[in-house]
Design a protein around this ligand. Structure first.
Ligand code: CNA
Length: 327
């Protein structure tokens, strides 16, 4: 019996009614958005030309507060507007349709679970989303149309409140920020699971990384991921399917006899997303945007606008002026 057969047999037994799912960036890589940590293809490795103090800095609130430029330089390539749900997202929608999905924790900020048709009340976007935005300093919301323009152009949008001057940040949870209050409430559902499914995550980011450990001993935990993660494999009831998520859910759906239904859900979701595609002008890849920004920083003698502002604040306008490009 293969691992896929084991999981399918559990689901077919009728004893599974409360599947709690945790997903991460790996379920969206085939939609065209790179994850953080995969070697060569992950964002962290590709950010090297930017000479950041450390790769996570670009998503760290302390860094963003004085240097938001790198985040916006690549935001266009990370914004989910053009992304379409994958077959793995459709599998999640199918779990919900079959009343098996008890709750879904997603660490992703691309909203593709929603786009695939998973009901809103079954999803916690644990790390927020791009749907809304506000000033990091005074928390005043910022208009959607202006935010779109800023992302499309790769420029930093600033708060419109007089004398505030804070950079606007999408409501995604940066490193150094707290998760939504709802997380504490929803994580109580984990010990109520009769099966936990974890897909596409390295389980390196707390607190989501601890969720699989909150499943009761004896309750099956299934990992579908390219590599092993967290403490998976330590419990006798663990099932580790080490392959691409889309491949894993395809095989599972085949054995369960769900393949046609899943395929239809996926096609419908893709068609819905295609209908609302917006034209943001010429597309530039993540690497092109990184390259462009790296050159810009180099030409301005490695002093970003954010650093200049910081110098101005701390050392005074005159001194910062000496470091301005071309001086
Ligand atoms: P991560 O640390 O980059 O890990 C991704 C995991 O998925 C790794 O173990 C990979 O081996 C695995 N993986 C990659 N592609 C596939 C695939 N096709 N099939 C199976 N496995 C695959 O990302 P995590 O999600 O664990 O880390 C949490 C971060 C990533 C959260 O803060 C997210 O907001 C953030 N993130 C989100 C997105 C998104 O919204 N799509 C993209 C990039 C990063």
């Amino acid at each position: 019996m293969t691992d896929i057969d084991t999981v399918a047999a559990l689901i077919k037994s009728g004893r599974i009614n409360r599947v709690v799912v945790l997903v991460g960036a790996g379920i969206s890589t085939t939609a065209g958005i790179p994850d953080f940590r995969s070697p060569n293809t992950g964002i962290y490795e590709r950010l090297k030309p930017l000479n950041l103090p450390y790769p996570e800095a670009i998503f760290h609130i302390n860094y963003f507060q004085h240097t938001p430029e790198p985040f916006y330089a690549i935001a266009r390539a990370r914004h989910p507007r053009t992304l379409k749900p994958t077959i793995t997202h459709a599998f999640l929608a199918l779990l919900a349709k079959k009343n098996l999905l008890y709750f879904l924790f997603t660490q992703n900020i691309d909203g593709l679970e929603h786009d695939a048709g998973v009901p809103e009340d079954k999803i916690l976007n644990a790390h927020g989303s791009w749907q809304t935005q506000r000033c990091w300093k005074c928390e005043t919301p910022y208009p959607d149309d202006l935010m779109k323009q800023a992302i499309a152009k790769g420029v930093v949008p600033y708060c419109q409140v007089p004398d505030c001057g804070g950079a606007v940040k999408p409501d995604v949870v940066f490193f150094g920020e707290s998760l939504p209050a709802e997380f504490d409430q929803q994580q109580k559902k984990v010990p109520e699971a009769d099966l936990m499914l974890v897909m596409g995550t390295s389980l390196k980011v707390a607190p989501c990384s601890v969720l699989p450990r909150q499943v009761h001993l004896g309750v099956p935990r299934v990992l579908i991921n390219r590599e092993t993660a967290g403490d998976f494999g330590k419990r006798p009831e663990d099932v580790c399917i080490l392959k691409n998520c889309d491949e894993g859910v395809h095989e599972l759906a085949d054995v369960l006899g769900w393949a046609d239904e899943m395929g239809q859900l996926w096609r419908d979701a893709v068609a819905r997303k295609e209908e609302v595609q917006e034209d943001w002008g010429e597309e530039e890849s993540l690497d092109e945007l990184i390259d462009k920004y790296a050159k810009k920083v180099k030409n301005s003698r490695n002093i970003s606008d954010g650093h200049k502002r910081m110098l101005e604040e701390h050392l005074g306008q005159k001194f910062a002026g000496i470091l301005a490009p071309g001086k």
